[in-house]
Design a protein around this ligand. Structure first.
Ligand code: COA
Length: 285
């Protein structure tokens, strides 16, 4: 099969968004998940934003002049994240996903990043096999959780919208937990107005780039994450990703009425430190 993998153009968001929607719709329906988890329009908007953002390196796979898949590499922070990668359901399982992954891994090697990460639907056998063969190690079981807005505050914790002058202190929290920061993503989120910080005794002890599927959160302790989740008006997309091994936080979310939507898995290539603190990964990592 003649397939060309090349850089994506901003004008190609529509076909890539459609393929992404259809690929996830199919996988969710095949595995018996509610099909309404993903909406078509926001997916196209997401591709428009990524294809024109200088911090993303995105590729498409083209077959006989027709786009049949795409993949994105988020290069905004010192650790790169992959996704979404999707292949047209009509031509899946024929090697196109591997080519799309190899393209972003080659790029990551050229850029000499210490680590590349992704999150996948835990039940997707093909993706799990493919990523393992490409060198990704399984790191963390995750539970996507969703529920009604909690809207309460926790004694001793002040949650407020983040400003650019909070960036350095927030980055320090992330560095303390993971050994690296996610500064590029966080500064974008601050400018978009989705980021929150939590303060205890006048000091920033945690932050969320946003509360939901595409946002990550870091905290010195579970208390900081609880304060952020409790303050959130709503959890965007399918929900927040809670590390399932963090039993205290997971149990707290269940007690507060959040429901488990689906299992996911964090995978990494390269440098990885066991997190030293509390965190919620995004769907990227
Ligand atoms: C995941 C996805 C991108 C993979 O693309 P693809 O073109 O279908 O996959 P490929 O054919 O390139 O690779 C599949 C590999 O897994 C292997 N494989 C497939 N099912 C397998 C199984 N059940 N057990 C073991 N290996 C399996 C294949 O043999 C192949 O290995 P190879 O590269 O060594 O030949 C595509 O299936 C897709 O879009 N899925 C829906 C959306 C999605 O879940 N995206 C990923 C989100 S993280």
């Amino acid at each position: 099969m003649e397939v060309l993998v090349r850089r994506a153009h901003p004008g190609e968001a529509q076909p890539c968004g459609r393929i992404c929607y259809e690929a996830f719709h199919k996988i969710y329906t095949d595995y018996g998940f509610p099909p309404g988890l993903l909406k078509a329009d926001p997916v196209v908007d997401l591709f428009s934003a990524r294809f024109s953002h200088p911090g993303f390196w995105c590729v498409v796979a083209e077959r006989n002049g027709r786009i049949v898949g795409s993949n994105c590499l988020d290069e905004r922070s010192p650790v790169f994240g992959v996704g979404p990668i999707t292949v047209d359901p009509e031509v899946q399982d024929r090697g196109i996903g591997r080519w799309l992954m190899e393209a972003v891994l080659d790029r990551s090697r050229e850029r000499k990043v210490p680590s590349v990460r992704l999150v996948l639907a835990a039940f997707h056998n093909r993706a799990l096999a493919l990523y393992n063969k490409l060198g990704f190690d399984t790191r963390e079981p995750l539970s996507v959780m969703q529920g009604p807005p909690l809207r309460f505050s926790i004694d001793g914790c002040t949650v407020r919208t983040a400003a650019l002058h909070d960036l350095e202190a927030a980055n320090r929290v992330c560095e303390r937990v993971h050994g690296h920061n996610r500064s590029g993503e966080l500064s974008d989120a601050i400018l978009e107005g989705t980021a929150l910080v939590v303060e205890r005794q006048g000091r920033i002890t945690g932050y969320a780039s946003s509360l939901g599927f595409s946002g990550h959160a870091e905290g010195e302790s579970n208390l900081d994450l609880k304060a952020l989740i409790a303050a959130a008006g709503s959890l965007s997309g399918p929900g927040i990703l809670v590390p399932t091994r963090n039993s205290e936080l997971f149990r707290w979310c269940l007690e507060k009425g959040l429901r488990v939507v689906q299992p996911m898995t964090l995978m990494t290539i390269g440098l990885y430190n066991e997190p030293a603190g509390a965190y919620l990964p995004s769907v990227l990592y």
